[in-house]
Ligand binder design. Structure first.
Ligand code: UTP
Length: 475
């Protein structure tokens, strides 16, 4: 679009103030502002303001007829062992055939952790202080070697952290992966608006833009050409995970197999909620559709309800943002149309901006609204969705906060517990406390073992077993 057309379109949409300082900007600054402006869908912004800011969207939440979603329990919790075994075999076949790629969403801002840099570059392991990206890279490399077929890895970054993420991978020589199989692409951005729907300027020459949420991954996979790469490579199944969770089994054959055997378009892992107030989403059924209801949305009375037969929480199935996605489904969701589109959610935030005279303003309370999409909103649109149970200890210990719950400390301890469990299961005794935390610090490289089975294989192959002592590193 020509410069004057962009400016005119903003004026017509009541957003002419975005160009209030345009005349005093130099050429580079003007181009910067125009590039920001060109990314914005003005109709979409107006609609979101109308529906989510001016209208009262939360009043629309309705929990009539909401019931807990069924899931496939683990064999040790009463699940069908033969079905789990068949799923594992089917998943392994798909991995050997090269149908599966790994996909991490790493475009978040990580404000709670307060770390300066892409979150994937944060060190997390107990002994070697490997970064999140290194842990995932080694799991992906190890699984590729295990199945005799290297695995492609798709990484969604944001405008803010893309260059730093790419530089990090280059600096570390792609952690032993072939760069031709690591695909970085940026997610989309959305403008922030004030309560009146006016787009906020960050500076005279830039608009306050932020990533469009992890749900933006579906359209970013399409727009970036990532889905075309997958099609060319014969990949039809994506293993989706978040950048903050090093415990995740990035490649889990049973999960992949459940998804494929059931012809599911989007599958999910659940963990039983630890307590009613735990801040994770809930898998539920409403109007015969699977939905994920956020902890902040589900009334506490429902969260606390128990099943009279078992005494367990009724809405027990917690969502931990681990999914398998079918690539054709992603294309359909990205194309949108009808009610297929992911909805946006609003988040009230303190957004640094400028005043009418162009002076910087650092707000002390929320002054604007950001719009984000959530990937779990795709769940109701998927055919044959499957939910399987997983053990928290095998799949989930995110680094969200600088301290306290879900912090580097809790995550490091959960990794240590996992390494100790694997050693103890293979007759290499490690003394632990009542929570399973070992008294010594040990670390297992994913290249030695990235799950219980691969650890056991490597351990049993060792001609002489090393002494299990403080500082043991298995690689
Ligand atoms: P979180 O909900 O934890 O958000 O993201 P965040 O932005 O990383 O952290 P806070 O809330 O500012 O502290 C969950 C996952 O979704 C990704 C994150 O990178 C993380 O892997 N994400 C989130 C995106 O890729 N893009 C987004 O726009 C938002």
């Amino acid at each position: 679009m020509a410069t004057t057309d962009i400016i005119e379109a903003f004026k017509r949409a009541g957003q002419g103030h975005v160009f209030a300082f345009y005349d005093e900007l130099d050429t580079a600054a003007r181009e910067h502002l125009l590039a920001d402006a060109a990314e914005i869908d003005l109709d979409e912004t107006a609609r979101l303001h109308r529906t989510l800011v001016a209208g009262n969207a939360s009043a629309a939440l309705n929990f009539d007829g909401l019931t807990p979603a069924p899931y496939e329990p683990l064999p040790e919790n009463g699940g069908d062992a033969a079905a789990w075994a068949a799923a594992k075999t089917a998943g392994e076949d798909a991995l050997r055939a090269g149908r599966v790629a790994a996909f991490v969403v790493a475009g978040g801002q990580g404000t709670r952790l307060g770390y300066d840099g892409p979150k994937g570059t944060y060190p997390v392991t107990p002994l070697k202080k490997k970064t999140l990206f290194q842990v995932f890279a080694e799991k992906i490399r190890a699984a590729g070697l295990h199945y005799g077929k290297p695995i492609h890895w798709f990484i969604m970054t944001s405008h803010v952290n893309h260059a730093a993420t790419e530089a990090f991978f280059k600096q570390h020589d792609w952690f032993g992966l072939s760069p031709s199989r690591v695909h970085l692409f940026r997610q989309g951005r959305m403008p922030a608006v004030d309560p009146n729907g006016k787009i906020l300027l960050e500076t005279k020459s830039s608009i306050a833009m932020s990533p469009d949420g992890h749900g933006g991954s579906l359209r970013a996979l399409q727009r970036s050409g990532a889905l075309d790469i997958m099609e060319r490579e014969g990949i039809d199944t994506l293993s989706y995970f978040q950048v903050d969770n090093p415990l995740i089994r990035v490649i889990d054959p049973a999960f992949i197999g459940w998804h494929l055997l059931r012809r599911s378009e989007m599958s999910s892992k659940m963990i039983p909620k630890a307590y009613a107030e735990e801040k994770i989403g809930h898998f539920c059924i409403q109007n015969n559709r699977l939905v994920v209801v956020e902890y902040s949305d589900l009334p506490m009375a429902l969260q606390k309800e128990t099943d009279p037969a078992t005494g367990r929480l009724r809405f027990i199935a917690g969502s931990i943002a681990i999914h398998i996605l079918d690539t054709k489904f992603i294309r359909r969701m990205a194309a949108g149309g009808g009610d297929v589109e992911l909805p946006f959610h609003r988040a009230d935030k303190k957004i640094p901006t400028i005043d009418a005279a162009g002076n910087p303003v650092k707000p002390e309370k929320p002054n604007g609204v950001k719009f984000e999409m959530f990937v779990f909103d795709a769940v109701p649109h998927a055919k044959n969705p499957v939910i399987i149970e997983t053990l928290r200890a095998n799949d989930f210990s995110p680094v969200k906060n600088a301290a306290g719950l879900d912090s580097p400390k809790t995550c490091c301890e959960d990794q240590l517990r996992q390494f100790a469990r694997w050693l103890n299961a293979n007759k290499a005794p490690v003394e632990t406390d009542a929570t399973g935390l070992p008294k010594i610090t040990v670390e297992v490289s994913p290249l030695f073992g990235y799950d219980e089975d691969t650890f056991a294989e490597s351990w049993n192959r060792l001609p002489t077993k090393p002494a299990v002592a403080d500082g043991l590193y298995l690689e």
